[in-house]
Design a protein around this ligand. Structure first.
Ligand code: 8GP
Length: 812
């Protein structure tokens, strides 16, 4: 397969200098309209134009994709494999066009046909193959790996239904299935030749001291590839998503012919269910057996594919770590350790200890949460039923791990209380384990894995998260991006530290004005969309104060809405005072079974109903909660925000990445010392950040104090007035008891310390308002935020993964 490679040829076919002229692009697009879509320009609908356009852009991705693949083979390079149950990639058309340097030509050519790009692009489904943070991070990392020229594959599942759609009925969240594949997906290359059987259940037999696994059933994993082009079009990697396919023999023709159609298709349907839905739970796992089977399905197909690719060019499996790095995105693919060991031992006759050593050198594990309910544990019974051979391997690893702990009276175990701890398993089978912010990594070492950490000093490393500036600034905020390019020149997109060159302009009134104009444009873009899509009109001249993320008690949307009520009450008491007009923006989904989170959504919507209809305060305070928050909404909303709410209980948010996107777009942060907030504050300067709240250590102390919630409430008349209004049914006149449970929690337990942090949050919000009243000061702070956010590019994170974990070099 190794053809000799000519680097000059690569440059000819990949670099932006090969960008087409408008005439060439038009011709290519019309060709696709006619021959791929089968329409003439006169007949074409917006959908047809989008298909033709996407196929045209995709064509330009293929050359860099081929040459990157060919070079990786020819130069026998090490590859990175990023295994993730979630890839929250969002729309691809504009993203790919930007990275290929095609955006301007594309917009121009569409305009020649009287079409606006935004209108055409708006029809693209938002590929929501993830829940939130960890899934979106995986998408940013894929794009950065391609930009950095790191040879890599993302491996995931091709869910037929991504994250559910959310709408509100009487303020309550209602979920309906998402259907992103309902129409053609133009980015998809189907690879029927890349298909692997994945076995489940069955028996173990002993044969000459070796275990032979005979699975009860097998499901075929069939590959679908999407090219992921890096910025500048120099390199492209592959996102490979597995679809579950029944093997042909599952369909029972006899039964079908006998008229029992449903029964004939049942085994087939069961097999397909493996890639049917993404689990919508952000913390706890539902449908245990199916979920475990999905995880194994992803992992096994990927590991088989990795070994097949390796063995096509090498024969010594012990050299695997020199050529392969596998990253496990949280514990969902943690069965990769036992699976790799199984394949090495059972199918390639490697001895057990060598297999363990090899697997461990290849694997890395990223932890994304300390929440106990999100740390996966599978019952031994279920494991035995679904993956008997893997359980056997885990038992051996457990015995070895206990031995490693010597005489420890209570050794940590991979299996305890009849459950397999996937975190402990992932740790023992990885050569590096990383947290996602400095504070989180500290807590991972001290609280989650103290024993492991002592046994394996140096195994835990920190890699603070980052976000891609291509999507989250250049694409999402064209007016600010243009201002930056006009001011410091192009190139910051792939060298984000260059934003520092903006620092002196914070003192330049003309630049500050221009920044103000770009923020206004972003607001108009957002409000225009909000009016068209949701019929919500917003005042342009107001402080846009946003909290968008999954709904979770630790993220404390409750603190935000309680403060909003307090603010409303204050305005009503003194309507003539000099109030800063505010728009409180909320966005995010709650796990369908998370009752308290859904109640908080309802409270926000109930408060919005009352506050937005209050003629006395309407011009000063609005509450909006556009439904179905996702990547595409974030792209419009984040650039429009002035204030970013990052207000989790300290010690509970592993990192956050929304916090980075907002600050990069010139929103100031009101936040606690949690996750990456700590580092953002260090970078942008404490004077440019609104800090409040207890520290992680104080959180621990406060929780230990008996009656802390009641004490905090007794100390805050403001908060008591708020709770009183809720209790009286001010926001739920038809049901005074709707929030009894929530109020009860506030008075008697308050694990997330909403009451304890309320007064300090109120103080910080006061500072926000004062500061916003001085536009010059506010703009100076916002500009310094942008200028100092270079560190939070996902390119930096990926560079660190490459050197500290994967030991892989850039091919560029
Ligand atoms: C999230 C963390 O909550 C967030 O702080 C962090 O920025 C992000 O990961 C990326 O590192 N965690 C998850 O998304 C998560 O744990 N999801 C799994 C339960 C599905």
């Amino acid at each position: 397969m190794s053809q000799s490679f000519d680097a000059r040829q690569l440059r000819e076919t990949t670099a932006a200098e090969s960008a087409p002229t408008p005439a060439q692009f038009r011709q290519a697009m019309l060709r696709h309209l006619q021959y791929t879509v089968g329409k003439s320009p006169q007949q074409a609908s917006l959908f047809d134009w989008r298909m033709a356009l996407s196929h045209t852009v995709r064509d330009y991705a293929v050359d860099p994709w081929f040459s990157a693949t060919r070079r990786t083979w020819d130069e026998d390079r090490k590859r990175v494999y990023y295994l993730s149950m979630e890839f929250l990639i969002g729309r691809l058309l504009e993203d790919q066009a930007i990275n290929l340097g095609l955006r301007d030509v594309m917009v121009q050519v569409l305009a020649e046909f009287g079409l606006s790009f935004d209108e055409v692009a708006e029809g693209e489904p938002d590929a929501a193959l993830g829940n939130g943070g960890l899934g979106r991070l995986a998408a940013c990392y894929l794009e950065s790996m391609a930009t950095m020229g790191c040879p890599a594959y993302g491996y995931g599942l091709r869910y037929e239904h991504g994250l559910f759609r959310q709408h509100f009925e009487n303020g309550r969240q209602i979920e309906t299935p998402e259907n992103w594949l309902a129409t053609d997906n133009p980015w998809d290359f189907t690879r029927p030749e890349a298909a692997y059987p994945v076995g489940f259940g069955g028996e173990l037999h002993d044969h000459d001291g070796a275990s032979i696994w005979s699975p009860r059933s097998k499901v075929l994993a069939s590959a679908h590839d999407t090219p992921v082009v890096g910025y500048g079009g120099q390199w492209a990697n592959t996102l490979r998503l597995w679809a579950a396919m029944p093997s042909a023999d599952l369909f029972n023709l006899d039964r079908f012919n006998a008229g029992d159609f449903a029964a004939a298709s049942e085994p087939e349907a069961l097999a397909r269910s493996l890639s049917r839905v993404l689990y919508p739970n952000d913390t706890t796992e539902g449908g245990k057996e199916l979920r475990l089977s999905q995880e194994y399905f992803l992992t096994s197909a990927s590991v088989q594919d990795i070994l097949r690719r390796y063995l096509a060019a090498h024969d010594d499996l012990l050299k695997l770590p020199e050529f392969v790095a596998i990253q496990m995105n949280d514990t969902h693919p943690a069965i990769a350790g036992p699976e790799l060991i199984r394949l090495l031992v059972d199918e390639h006759a490697v001895d057990f200890d060598t297999a363990v050593e090899t697997a461990t050198s290849v694997l890395g594990y990223t932890n994304h949460t300390l929440l106990p309910e999100a740390l996966e544990r599978w019952s031994v019974g279920l494991m035995r039923k679904v993956l008997p051979r893997h359980l056997q391997i885990i038992e051996t690893l457990d015995t070895q791990f206990i031995a490693l702990q010597g005489q420890a009276p209570n050794p940590v175990r991979l299996i305890s209380n009849d459950q397999v701890s996937m975190g402990d398993l992932a740790f023992t089978t990885s050569h590096k384990v990383n947290g996602v912010s400095a504070l989180h990594t500290e807590l991972v070492s001290q609280e989650l894995f103290p024993v492991h950490n002592e046994l394996h000093p140096g195994r835990i490393v920190n890699i603070t998260n980052g976000v891609t500036p291509r999507r989250w600034l250049k694409l999402a905020n064209p007016s600010l991006a243009a201002l930056i390019t006009d001011t410091i020149g192009a190139g910051w997109e792939s060298d984000l530290e260059r934003l520092r060159e903006l620092e002196p302009y914070a003192e330049d009134p003309a630049f500050r004005d221009a920044f103000g104009r770009s923020k206004r444009q972003a607001k108009e873009h957002f409000t225009g969309w909000l009016a068209a899509e949701h019929g919500i009109e917003l005042p342009a001249e107001a402080l846009y104060d946003a909290q968008v993320k999954r709904l979770h008690e630790y993220k404390r949307q409750l603190l935000n809405i309680l403060w909003t009520i307090a603010h409303w009450q204050r305005i009503k008491r003194d309507p003539q005072a000099n109030w800063v007009p505010r728009v409180k923006i909320f966005g995010g989904k709650a796990a369908p079974s998370y009752h308290m989170a859904k109640l908080i959504i309802q409270l926000i919507n109930d408060v919005a109903e009352v506050v937005n209809n209050d003629p006395e305060t309407r011009h000063l305070l609005r509450v909006v909660y556009p439904p179905n928050y996702g990547v595409s909404m974030a792209e419009k909303l984040i650039p429009a925000a002035d204030l970013s709410e990052q207000i989790s209980t300290a010690g509970m948010e592993a990192s956050g990445t929304g916090n980075m996107k907002f600050a990069l777009n010139g929103a100031l942060t009101i936040g606690t010392l949690d996750g990456a907030n700590v580092e953002i504050r260090e970078h942008v300067g404490a004077e440019n950040f609104f800090l409040f709240g207890l520290t992680t250590e104080q959180v621990g102390e406060r929780r230990a104090q008996q009656g802390h919630s009641r004490a905090a409430l007794e100390a805050s008349q403001t908060l008591r007035d708020v709770l009183q209004a809720i209790a009286e049914g001010t926001f739920s006149p038809e049901d005074h008891h709707r929030y009894d449970g929530l109020l009860e929690t506030m008075w008697n337990s308050d694990w997330f310390l909403v009451a304890s942090d309320f007064e300090d949050y109120d103080r910080a919000q006061g500072e926000v308002a004062d500061c916003y009243s001085d536009p010059e000061k506010w703009q100076r702070m916002a500009i310094l935020n942008i200028a100092r956010m270079g560190y939070f590019s996902s390119d930096r994170s990926i560079r660190e993964y490459m050197s500290q974990i994967w030991d892989v070099e850039s091919a560029l």
